[in-house]
Design a binder for this molecule. Structure first.
Ligand SMILES: [Cu+2]
Length: 121
């Protein structure tokens, strides 16, 4: 009888573990859904490129960020389960740059070096 009780507890533990495990795993590690967006920015130079790419690469859910200095367009690959294209634009705006139709955060823009402001080059 004692062996039966031990087996029952053991069995319950396994059932509980597999149930909890199956339920929490997909939430703890959701599969990313990558999307790419191209955003027109007001970047001026290589420093701007480093600044914006740095801010984006420090943002959770962004896998790739590259600014083309020729046309000032930023290509960003992001996880659409964590972020939206507007959230990506918000990061750029808060770094001090225009992002498509969104205007740069005035305080962040003021803090940019003179050469990084619009018309600085
Ligand atoms: Cu610059």
């Amino acid at each position: 009888m004692k062996v039966f009780q031990i087996l029952l507890v053991f069995l319950l533990a396994i059932i509980t573990y597999s149930f909890v495990g199956a339920k929490t795993f997909p939430q703890a590690n959701p599969k990313p859904k990558w999307k790419t967006v191209v955003i027109q920015t007001s970047a001026q130079c290589g420093m701007c490129k480093e600044r914006i790419e740095g801010a984006l690469s420090n943002t959770a859910g962004i896998r790739f960020a590259n600014l083309n200095l020729g046309n000032k367009k930023m290509t960003v690959k992001y996880d659409s389960r964590q972020l939206t294209a507007d959230k990506v634009r918000e990061v750029i705006v808060n770094t001090g740059y225009n992002a498509d139709t969104q205007v740069a955060n005035p305080e962040a823009y003021q803090n940019l070096p003179a050469c990084c402001k619009i018309g600085g080059h």
